[in-house]
Design a protein around this ligand. Structure first.
Ligand code: ASP
Ligand code: MG
Length: 406
């Protein structure tokens, strides 16, 4: 007997037939003798609609009320799935974040999980019940519903798996695993049997949409074994595990891309000590995540500062920079959303030189201009014009020998 957390994403619960399919899968695990907790997302498209309603009313809406609105999607699916399970003879009960409770901090819209008390869930499973838990939500310090950021039900699932000490956290989705890159762009992408936590963390953070970044961070920290698999097929998926478990380590494991960032340039910033703090401090205070940064020195004592932020954060970033205009002392702000960040990731990069050089050479041969570069120990990312996305991803996938045999 094992204790398993099963998480189903939006496409897996997109309509009643699919919810029935999920119920069947849950029943199978219960009948195999396992203790099961289920975490679900909202029906696909629902959260987007809810987000849009908030933004349409006001682009700078109150984040607490945003949470009140967007947390409703999951409340619908936990109720429906519980009914579907009961209908086929599985004892199930729905749980919202506050009922567990999943306690978060007060950063509404992208709250962090501070603590989960797993005891009620463990007790329910012990009584033979299947808890059906709303992903994406918890309860903040003011006792208001708080959401965990987009894709946050993955985080809910991993956090619950850690809290109830599950043997495994199975993330059911509409793809059957983790691929070397997006198969829609590269048909010869390969499915990976196992990916190291660290690699998955980098892949997720640079656009591989299959798992939310923070969920991978948490899985790594808490050593939760995660499996990504399809809710529509009966095949083993990809495991996300400790790097020791991975026998053959290629140089580059995957190529990822993200169209979610926009390039922001501050023109003619005075080049003096403390200026970066004056720019990025207030952005951080406003919860605007900054990713890549470059600074170009001009000869007249000023500098152009270019960085990337989430596309959705551009209005907020502009507002902050406008407010700080006098203290920073820049000439103008430019925002360009027509960019894509392309990244190569692999633990093998740690011990091999020249991996990034191959990337730059490959892009140069295709005539693709690199606008910004950033690197970490096991990742190199470049920002390129959005129109080059497919070309760049395909060329890099081939250059690192990732194409499946024809
Ligand atoms: N429904 C939420 C979203 O679309 C959470 C999730 O699906 O993971 O972001
Ligand atoms: Mg998701």
């Amino acid at each position: 007997m094992a204790r398993i957390v099963m998480k189903f994403g939006g496409t897996s619960v997109a309509d009643l037939d699919r919810i029935r399919n999920v119920a069947t899968r849950v029943k199978r695990e219960v009948e195999a003798g396992h203790e099961v907790s289920v975490v679900v997302s909202a029906m696909s498209g629902v959260t987007n609609q809810l987000v849009k309603w908030c933004s349409d009313l006001s682009p700078l809406h109150d984040a607490r009320e945003y949470d009140t609105v967007v947390a409703t999607g999951e409340q619908v699916t936990i109720g429906l799935l519980s009914i579907a399970l009961q209908t086929i003879g599985v004892e199930a009960r729905s749980w919202q974040g506050w009922q567990i409770p999943i306690s978060t901090d007060g950063a509404h819209g992208k709250a962090r999980v501070e603590e989960i008390d797993g005891s009620r869930l463990v007790a329910a499973m012990g009584r033979g019940q299947v808890p059906v838990i709303a992903g994406f939500q918890g309860i903040g310090p003011e006792e208001r519903v708080a959401t965990l950021g987009r894709g946050g039900s993955d985080l809910s699932a991993v956090a619950i798996a850690a809290a109830v000490k599950a043997d495994r956290c199975d993330i059911y989705t509409d793809v059957d695993g983790i691929y070397t890159t997006d198969p829609r762009i590269v048909p010869r992408a390969r499915k990976l049997q196992a990916v190291a936590y660290e690699e998955m963390l980098e892949l997720a953070s640079v656009g591989a949409k299959v798992l939310q970044t923070r969920s991978v961070e948490l899985a790594m920290k808490q050593k939760v074994r995660v499996q990504v698999l399809s809710s529509f097929e009966d095949r083993p998926g990809s495991m996300v595990v400790d790097e020791d478990e991975i026998v053959e380590q290629p140089l580059v494991t995957g190529v990822a891309y993200s169209r979610d960032e926009a390039k922001v340039t501050l023109r003619r910033v005075p080049d003096k000590p403390g200026i970066a703090a004056t720019v990025f401090g207030p952005l951080a205070d406003a919860n605007v995540n900054v990713d890549m940064i470059v600074q170009n020195l001009a000869s007249d004592g000023t500098t152009d500062m270019t960085f990337t932020v989430g596309k959705a954060d551009v209005p907020r970033a502009r507002e902050v920079l406008e407010k700080e205009r006098a203290s920073i002392g820049y000439a103008e702000v430019l925002a360009d959303p027509e960019v894509t960040k392309i990244s190569i990731v692999g633990i093998g990069m740690r011990s091999h030189a020249g991996v990034a050089a191959t990337m730059f050479k490959t892009l140069a041969e295709k005539g693709i201009n690199i606008q910004v570069i950033s690197t970490s120990e096991i990742k190199t990312s470049v920002l390129v014009g959005a129109e080059y996305t497919e070309l760049a991803v395909r060329a890099l996938h081939t250059a690192y020998g990732l194409d499946a045999p024809a």
